[in-house]
Design a protein around this ligand. Structure first.
Ligand SMILES: Nc1ncnc2c1ncn2[C@@H]1O[C@H](COP(=O)(O)OP(=O)(O)OP(=O)(O)O)[C@@H](O)[C@H]1O
Ligand SMILES: [Mg+2]
Length: 582
């Protein structure tokens, strides 16, 4: 019978223990739901209150400095009282005992008629906090079972608290990781886009380069043919009487040949094989002198605005080529603004840095003069921009554009050591920027070349060395017409033989630059040995032949570009002969 009462008590304990465990399931799930460690303490209070009739209870956690800090107290006004109890327990060394005990420790409270229950919160082997509960003396006897249950609940509380803290930390770290992964991915994406853009530009530049070489080669050979055609046409013109009915045909041949020469010149300009006469000039000067002509060219419904930086540096370029660049760009702009608009030409100083060069393959770091030609026209889409500089690329109708404008511009700019960039968007106009290496302003005025008309006559013996038979014969004929005696050699070796064994004087040598085995330069060197002081006139279709090699640069006065006319040849021969001290 006595045991019946005992049995009832045991049953009650078991039910309460189950209750506590279930309640703790809720605590755990709450932690996961709010990720909030603080939510654990109110949740733990319920089973604790059911177990013992606490009048007040509080939780302390261990902060970073290993101090115990009260983080939860219920009811709140009891806080000071509990803190005073803890102070007293610390002073008596009981708090430290409770920290290490892992079992409930009951001591007298500061509050009369009350007992204080201390219990450590242990997670694993670490004390993560303390529990403090206040009970009336009448309720203070804890049976061993209640004491075990209290330990169990507090142990779970500590565990839940530790888990929540860890969970929180892991989450923060994961967030940081996510953020840095996102950042890295963004960086990588940008770098990749930059790279593929640069690659596209590079491929485009290489393509233009290849087309340039091809066009240059064709134009070079074509020049030899044109030299022969125009030369013979000129000779025919002089033979045929003005009234002759053949004169009309000869005239037509001459005109067609000179048109072909014009086209070849454009191709040569594109392939950078043009004979340039670079000089130091003020780009503002060039723009200003062209203003009137440009405004006529673009018509009345397009406004021309120039913005020349007065401090802009100088550039070393061929003036007429630079003018051609500006005209070509202005004409393109005009064609892009059929309904009127604005054409703005500006000059400025810019410094191209490593970042610019990286984004603009083909450009070079350094001080530049920038010439900008901007229009408010129809603009271009990406597919047009991709082919812009290719010769014969045009979107204009038959007879309206040859597609050589920008190819020429490209060649001139490149040959002058510069860089060209185009920015455009359909409907938003186009801006072409040309960067030319900047040089210090020069004070020396640039002299205009003197000009005289008519093929001059002269006397003397001239040796013509040229591997192309037609050109050789033509040159001979031209020189004979001007009164000279002519010796011919088909290659360098034959010329040397003649120079060594010819009895009479040889007053001048006209030679092609590029010939198999012994070239023009080598021949000139040998000539110094055999007949020192004999002047040489070099003839070539490639400017590089004149300016290319540093060890033997051909002086300006001694170079005649192909195709040439009888007048060109005779004039230059006479100049060289007259320079000779007789
Ligand atoms: N400022 C511009 N605005 C819009 N499109 C342009 C501009 N400049 C050039 N283009 C486009 O680029 C193409 C090629 O220009 P490019 O000057 O090389 O040849 P073209 O003007 O067609 O003929 P050409 O100059 O030989 O008479 C043009 O047909 C046009 O489609
Ligand atoms: Mg054009």
């Amino acid at each position: 019978v006595a045991d019946a009462e005992h049995l009832e008590e045991v049953t009650r304990w078991i039910l309460e223990a189950l209750d506590s465990v279930v309640a703790f399931g809720h605590v755990q799930s709450r932690i996961r739901a709010d990720h909030d460690p603080v939510a654990i303490f109110p949740a733990a209070r319920a089973p604790l209150r059911r177990l013992v009739n606490f009048t007040a209870l509080a939780f302390l956690t261990v902060d970073e400095q290993s101090d115990f800090v009260m983080v939860d107290c219920d009811p709140a006004p009891a806080r000071t009282l509990l803190e005073r109890d803890i102070e007293a327990a610390i002073e008596r060394g009981l708090f430290a005992g409770a920290v290490n005990g892992h079992r409930p420790l009951t001591i007298r409270s500061q509050r009369p008629g009350h007992t204080l229950v201390l219990h450590s919160l242990v997670a694993g082997s670490r004390v993560v906090g303390m529990f403090v509960g206040l009970v009336r003396d009448s309720d203070s006897t804890l049976s061993p079972a209640a004491s075990n249950l209290l330990s169990l609940i507090l142990f779970s509380t500590a565990q839940a608290f530790e888990n929540a803290t860890l969970y929180h930390r892991v989450q923060l770290e994961a967030q940081g990781l996510e953020e840095s992964v996102r950042r890295r991915t963004g960086d990588l994406q940008r770098a990749y886009e930059e790279l593929s853009r640069t690659k596209d530009l590079l491929v485009q530049a290489q393509k233009i380069e290849a087309i340039g070489r091809l066009a240059g080669g064709i134009a070079h050979d074509f020049n030899n043919l044109l030299t022969v055609i125009t030369g013979h046409t000129q000779i025919l013109k002089e033979i045929i009487a003005p009234g002759d009915r053949l004169a009309r045909h000869v005239e037509a041949i001459g005109q067609t040949a000179s048109r072909a020469a014009g086209l070849t010149r454009q191709l040569l300009a594109f392939s950078r094989k043009q004979i340039l006469q670079p000089k130091e000039l003020d780009p503002n000067d060039v723009v200003r002198r062209m203003e009137l002509m440009l405004s006529r060219l673009i018509g009345e419904n397009i406004e021309l605005v120039t913005a020349c930086d007065p401090l802009v540096g100088w550039a070393r370029v061929d003036q007429s080529q630079l003018e051609q660049v500006i005209v070509n760009l202005a004409v393109n702009a005009r064609d892009a603004m059929p309904g009127g608009g604005r054409l703005a030409i500006a000059t400025s100083n810019v410094e191209l840095d490593a970042a610019f060069v990286r984004g603009h393959p083909g450009s070079r770091e350094g001080a530049c003069v920038k010439l900008e030609v901007r229009d408010t026209g129809v603009g271009m889409d990406a597919s047009v921009q991709a082919h812009l500089f290719e010769p014969f690329f045009t979107t204009k109708g038959v007879g309206q554009g040859t597609g050589l404008g920008l190819a020429t511009v490209y060649g001139i700019v490149k040959q002058s050591g510069g860089y060209i960039a185009v920015e455009s968007e359909p409907g938003h106009g186009t801006c072409v920027s040309i960067y030319l290496p900047r040089i210090a302003r020069s004070a020396a005025p640039t002299a205009a070349p003197a000009d005289a008309a008519g093929a001059p006559h002269g006397a003397g013996t001239i040796l013509v060395v040229e591997d192309e038979e037609q050109v050789r014969l033509l040159a001979a004929e031209m020189l004979e017409m001007s009164g000279y005696q002519v010796l011919l050699a088909a290659h360098g070796a034959a010329a040397l033989q003649l120079l060594e064994h010819h009895d009479g004087p040889i007053d001048l040598v006209v030679t092609d630059v590029v010939m198999p085995q012994i070239g023009g330069r080598q021949l000139a060197q040998q000539l110094e040995r055999v007949r020192p002081g004999t002047p040489v006139l070099f003839v070539s279709g490639y400017p590089d032949d004149a300016f290319g090699s540093a060890e033997f640069a051909i002086p300006d006065a001694a170079f005649l570009p192909k195709p040439f006319t009888a007048t060109d040849l005779a004039r230059q021969v006479k100049t060289l002969l007259e320079r000779q001290p007789s």
